[in-house]
Design a protein around this ligand. Structure first.
Ligand SMILES: Nc1ncnc2c1ncn2[C@@H]1O[C@H](COP(=O)(O)OP(=O)(O)O)[C@@H](O)[C@H]1O
Ligand SMILES: [Mg+2]
Length: 286
């Protein structure tokens, strides 16, 4: 596509036009529009069950859209697989798990984790030495050097997340999809992992889509947000979308957006899914 084409997606990492997804005979969301520029750090927010993980899986190309158009790194979803690093929504590692962190990171080198083969012409990972160097490099990048040789079941939740982010980075992705990487972390770890992800995005020009349950730990780093509600979504600049008016209207419930003295936004009264939900951080029902 020539760069003069007004409909060119060359400048965009992810683009949704009026996209809709149906699963099990039900429309999960529809009319979703999204434009993410290269190198941006963008959050996908909203209560449990609204379809955040579904959106990530559409970008990955493992779920199809029923309507609309999706373009990922200038290609149809699924064709960009080897340029995408993906951290699925979290399962905890069993404390008895003996596999070392470095071995978990190394798994990121495998070419076809999602059945997407590395083209035969690519010889980057043909060399095991180069592969080992890259594993060491990403372990350094996420600050995991001091615990990467311990069994992953023994390190803290924050340390496990750093190792999983390293795994997602091994293949030099241009786009990083992180599904609730801050889930189950305490507040200091949420802050430090959020800062790490932002730093990686900025320093290496990697586009990041991060699914989060709570906007507050990441809001200061964000270039854009997608707020999802039952059926649809609103996306745009954080200052435009994270307002009392927009969020109260989207969720049809009073939501207050406050600004702290140091200029950060705090969202109060974020809605939960209609079904019963136990807060992951406190263990108390809402
Ligand atoms: N394969 C599937 N078939 C039918 N429904 C599904 C499937 N996967 C997810 N869903 C439903 O789609 C909705 C959105 O799920 P999900 O994207 O995981 O939400 P979130 O990540 O925002 O919590 C949920 O109601 C879920 O039950
Ligand atoms: Mg999810």
């Amino acid at each position: 596509m020539p760069e003069t084409d007004p409909n060119s997606d060359v400048g965009l990492a992810v683009r949704f036009d009026e996209a809709a997804v149906r699963l099990g005979g039900r429309t999960i969301w529809s009319g979703v529009n999204l434009k993410v520029d290269h190198g941006q750090f963008v959050a996908v927010l909203g209560p449990n069950g609204v379809g955040k993980s579904t959106l990530i899986k559409v970008v990955l190309g493992i779920l199809p859209v029923a309507k609309g158009r999706v373009v990922v790194l200038g290609r149809p979803p699924g064709d960009a697989g080897r340029d995408i690093g993906y951290l699925p929504q979290r399962r905890n590692f069993d404390p008895s798990m003996r596999v070392r962190g470095i071995d978990v990171v190394r798994l990121g080198s495998d070419g076809d984790r999602w059945g997407l083969p590395i083209p035969g012409g690519s010889s980057f990972f043909a060399s095991r030495r180069v592969q080992r160097q890259r594993v060491d490099e990403v372990i350094d990048l996420v600050g995991a050097g001091s615990f990467a040789h311990r069994p992953i079941g023994e390190v803290s939740g924050g340390e496990q997340q750093r190792l999983l982010i390293a795994q997602a980075l091994v293949r030099h992705p241009r786009l990083l999809l992180l599904d609730e990487p801050l889930d189950s972390l305490d507040l200091p770890n949420q802050a430090s992992v959020a800062g790490l992800i932002s730093e990686i995005s900025k320093e290496h020009g990697i586009t990041v889509l991060i699914v989060a349950h709570d906007v507050n730990p990441i809001v200061s780093y964000l270039d854009g947000v997608v707020y999802m509600a039952q059926g649809g979504a609103v996306s745009g600049l954080p200052d435009q979308v994270i307002t009392s008016e927009t969020l109260s209207e989207l969720y049809a419930t009073p939501i207050e957006v406050l600004r702290t003295s140091d200029g950060r936004l705090v969202v109060v009264g974020q809605p939960e899914a209609p079904s019963h939900h136990v807060d992951r951080h406190t263990g108390h029902p809402h």
